[in-house]
Design a protein around this ligand. Structure first.
Ligand code: ASP
Ligand code: MG
Length: 452
């Protein structure tokens, strides 16, 4: 049996939810039971909720209440389109009750003029609580024996509101008692992602984008065969489509490869969100709900066996190189500590680092504190910066064992001046820093060499 998670755009409106129904129906027909369904809030709803909480906290009450009514209208309209009888009955009442509750919270916030993380979670969770009720009713109306599962009874977390961590053993037990029991009874459980609750019942959320994490928890909790992440793209691509004309779909990726690609901006899914699945060896597949017949990208714990030399390319435009040179670095210890302390003090993350005997080069993409950083570093070294650079990264498990692949990657850049080259200990990626102006050409050449 599989877990099917649908992101915000895949539940955005009645049309999207009708596609969801057919996807669920065919999984059930294939497996003879399940699936377990996890849904995000309808697209943009979480942003709207956070926005109206902020407005209420600043006493802009009318604006916040208008926001509540906009959400009511959108959910009610979808309910009437998908499940008219239920919309006039229990579904309609529960949507109204949730939003009346939200309006009451909003009024309280406007009086208190303060939004605590705990209250913010009550507000933010509303999107998934509503979408999951709506989807469950729509499935039921379409003849699929769906059942709404309250995420607050299924995911048990600590009290770190707005980015709560699940408590593993308790969550497993809670998931078996809710989602697992529903499947065992022949039903299709529908649970809102992103949402959980503490042991004593306070609503929590798992951090932005947390529905993928919920899906991984559900999959691990009920021992699913596969976790499907239904979204609005075909899967992970061999390169950024804004830079390379026709990137190809990556059919198969190891978890480690996915992590390296995601780090440099392949935004489809953040691998850290699927750790619970990977730990239990459950494959995670990314699929497009507009093209349900696609095979998507499958991410598994082990290296892929497709024979591809590289898994994919990633790039990050607009980085700045900072060169730090000092003759004191020669044979000295403590120099790097001094350098990195400066970046730490100004809360600026460093992406790539290379060193030679007398110099260190680092790249940063956050320029907000660059002037102050350069000034601080200048206290003990010579510093120069080079803006308008880009980072290009080739990823593949086979880079570890086959040096010829790395040589071929670097060979492709023959006529492109490289500013830095780095291969970290994982040896799963080669990263080069080049001029931003050279990025499109370099990406194109590399893509041609390895993927066409
Ligand atoms: N709705 C939440 C968000 O927008 C969680 C999710 O969609 O994954 O961050
Ligand atoms: Mg998402």
């Amino acid at each position: 049996m599989v877990v099917q998670k649908f992101g915000g755009t895949s539940v955005a409106d009645p049309e999207a939810i009708r596609r969801l129904i057919e996807i669920v129906r065919s999984a059930r027909a294939r497996d003879g039971r399940g699936p377990a369904v996890v849904v995000s809030a309808m697209s943009k709803v979480t942003d709207a909720l956070l926005g109206l909480a902020a407005a209420a906290g600043e006493s802009r009450l009318d604006e916040a209440l208008a926001g509540v009514e906009t959400l009511r209208a959108r959910h009610m309209a979808a309910a009437h389109a998908l499940a008219p009888a239920e919309a006039a009955g229990a579904l309609g009442s529960s949507i109204d009750a949730e939003l009346d509750g939200l309006a009451a919270v909003v009024r309280a916030l406007a009086v208190l003029r303060e939004v605590s993380p705990r209250t913010l979670d009550v507000v933010a969770a509303m999107g998934e609580l509503l979408s999951s009720r709506l989807v469950a009713a729509a499935l039921l109306h379409a003849g699929v024996p769906a059942e709404w599962v309250d995420a607050r009874k299924a995911i048990v977390t600590d009290a770190a509101h707005t980015s709560a961590r699940p408590l593993d053993a308790e969550t497993d037990a809670a998931l078996r008692a809710t989602v697992g029991a529903s499947i065992a009874a022949g039903r299709v459980p529908v649970v809102g992602g992103f949402v959980g609750a503490t042991r004593d019942g306070h609503t929590t959320t798992l951090g932005r984008g947390g529905s993928d994490y919920s899906a991984a928890l559900v999959g691990a909790g009920i021992d699913a065969r596969e976790i499907q992440i239904w979204t609005d793209v075909d899967g992970m691509l061999t390169a950024d489509p804004r830079v390379v004309d026709s990137p190809k779909l990556v059919p198969e990726l190891s978890f480690d490869e996915a992590a390296e690609l995601a780090y440099f901006g392949a935004k489809v899914l953040h691998p850290s969100t699927i750790v619970p699945a990977v730990e239990r060896n459950i494959p995670v597949r990314i699929l497009n709900s507009w093209k349900p017949d696609g095979t998507g990208t499958i991410i598994t714990a082990k290296a892929s066996a497709t024979g591809a030399l590289l898994a994919g390319l990633a790039c990050k435009p607009d980085v700045t190189v900072v060169d730090i040179t000092s003759s004191r670095m020669l044979m000295a210890f403590g120099f790097l500590r001094q350098v990195f302390e400066v970046f730490e003090r100004f809360r600026t993350a460093v992406d790539v680092v290379t060193t030679s005997e007398v110099s260190v080069s680092v790249t940063v993409d956050d320029r907000r504190n660059l002037v102050a950083i350069v000034e601080a570093l200048s206290g003990f070294a010579m510093v120069s910066i080079e803006p308008e650079m880009a980072l290009l990264c080739a990823v593949g498990d086979r880079l570890r064992s086959e040096p010829a692949i790395a040589a071929r990657v670097v060979g492709v850049f023959e006529e492109v001046p490289l500013r830095m080259i780095s291969q970290a200990a994982s040896r799963r990626n080669i990263t080069v820093i080049l001029r931003q102006a050279d990025l499109p050409h370099a990406m194109h050449r590399l893509h041609q060499e390895f993927f066409t």
